[in-house]
Design a protein around this ligand. Structure first.
Ligand SMILES: [Ca+2]
Ligand SMILES: [Ca+2]
Length: 425
């Protein structure tokens, strides 16, 4: 309200000045007489006389009448005319003539600067002592050792941006957050390719005493790619390729997409702004600007880490974090062991021990063959022979697959690097 009043009065002053009230101390709002508090003459700052600073009268700073600071007319500070502060003419503040602010004459321009530990308007009150500073400034204790402040402090929902620091506390010191919102990663679907590297190293041949793979017999296990001869064997009448066992191998996993890690959100947001001017008039305390409108009404101090508030007026404690550690991801897709493969190739049966005589070839697993009697049995001590050697020549493995091991969410996001803020209640 004070500022509005002064503006209104100044507007009147301009009208009055246009009527050439040069240097006439005709009347005074806050005083009377020809001399004033801080001056002499027809223009007294904040005082008495024609020429009242911040008032109405002759030689009025920011006012109406002769001796108007910042105006035109009689006793005008910063202007021309009678009673001109910083100027020339009658009533010059800081100068010579009638109407000098802070001096002699009508027309006083000075106002209180609340940040400089000086009494700018000569009312005997420095900075926060001066009622002129009440609206925008307040006395507050300096921060304890190792604390930063006094600072302005904003708290709000994490979904909204923090306000800019503004002019009273222009420096952004900390942007903090709390209440982490971090959903797990979305993980891909996994598939497995066909088995690779399967070895067909072993075949099994079953022997039968009767035709058509009937009757008693035995089983031979045969390593691949080598002629296996048998010195002694009951002569079989038929034989069946029983198995071709696949071994080893691996399926390579494939993920449908990379993991998707959602952004981190926060339930609360805070901002700490510093750099406020430090004025006087508060004894051992400091004259500090009040926080701007979007910030908390009281001043605060800040300290890195999670610490207790110090003794003194700053007791309302908040902790916010300034970063997050985020290890969220997905486990890798994987595959189980290959199963279901079928080995191909051929089994060659011979009546000599070198895999060359009277060869009978089996080409599929399960195939049963009749073994003819050897038409030229070797002489004694060997007897009648139908099978004395076999060689397994494997082909490629076919078919089969692996079960897939799914990709699952892993890791977590946690807030780190806290800052403690303690505010005056
Ligand atoms: Ca001051
Ligand atoms: Ca003052």
């Amino acid at each position: 309200m004070r500022a509005h009043l002064v503006l209104a009065i100044a507007a009147v002053a301009l009208v009055a000045c246009s009527r050439s009230l040069l240097g006439r101390g005709e009347f005074g709002a806050f005083g009377e007489g020809g001399s004033g508090a801080n001056g002499v003459g027809g223009g007294v700052p904040n005082g008495v006389g024609g020429g009242v600073p911040n008032g109405v009268g002759g030689g009025v700073p920011n006012g109406v009448g002769g001796g108007i600071p910042n105006g035109v007319g009689g006793g005008v500070p910063n202007g021309v005319g009678g009673g001109v502060p910083n100027g020339v003419g009658g009533g010059v503040p800081n100068g010579v003539g009638g109407g000098v602010p802070n001096g002699v004459g009508g027309g006083v321009p000075a106002t209180e600067d609340c940040t400089n530990a000086l009494d700018d308007d000569d009312d005997g009150k420095v900075d926060c002592e001066d009622p002129d500073c009440d609206a925008g400034f307040t006395c507050t204790p300096p921060p304890p050792t190792d604390w930063t402040g006094p600072v302005a402090f904003f708290e709000g929902p994490g979904s909204q941006a923090a306000p800019s620091c503004g002019s009273a506390y222009p420096f952004l010191l900390v942007d903090g957050v709390d209440g982490i919102l971090a959903a797990s990663a979305s993980c891909p679907a996994c598939t497995c390719g066909v088995p690779k590297g399967v070895a067909c190293d072993i075949a099994q041949l079953r022997l039968y005493g009767a035709d058509a793979c009937m009757g008693g017999g035995g089983t031979l296990t045969i390593a691949a790619n080598a002629c296996i001869g048998f010195v002694s064997m009951t002569d079989p009448a038929s034989a069946q390729w029983a198995t071709a066992l696949p071994g080893g191998g691996v399926c390579f996993p494939k993920a449908s997409s990379p993991p998707v890690v959602p952004p981190i959100g926060w339930e609360q947001r805070a901002r700490v702004c510093g750099g406020g001017s430090i004025g006087g008039g508060c004894g051992v305390n400091q004259c500090m600007p009040r926080p701007s409108e979007n910030f908390g009404k009281t001043l605060c101090i800040a300290h890195s880490g999670e610490v207790a508030c110090p003794a003194g007026p700053y007791t309302d404690r908040s902790v916010y974090f300034t970063a997050a550690s985020d290890s969220r991801s997905c486990t890798n897709c994987d595959c189980g062991a290959p199963t279901g493969m079928v080995c191909t190739g051929k089994l060659a049966l011979a009546t000599d021990t070198g895999c060359t005589a009277d060869v009978t070839t089996l080409t599929t697993v399960g195939q049963c063959v009749h073994l003819d009697p050897d038409p030229t049995p070797p002489p004694e001590p060997s007897a009648y022979k139908t099978l004395r050697s076999v060689v397994y020549t494997p082909g490629a493995s076919q078919g089969g697959g692996c079960s897939s091991v799914p990709s699952v969410a892993s890791g977590e996001a946690t807030p780190i690097d806290p800052v403690t803020v303690c505010c005056a209640p």
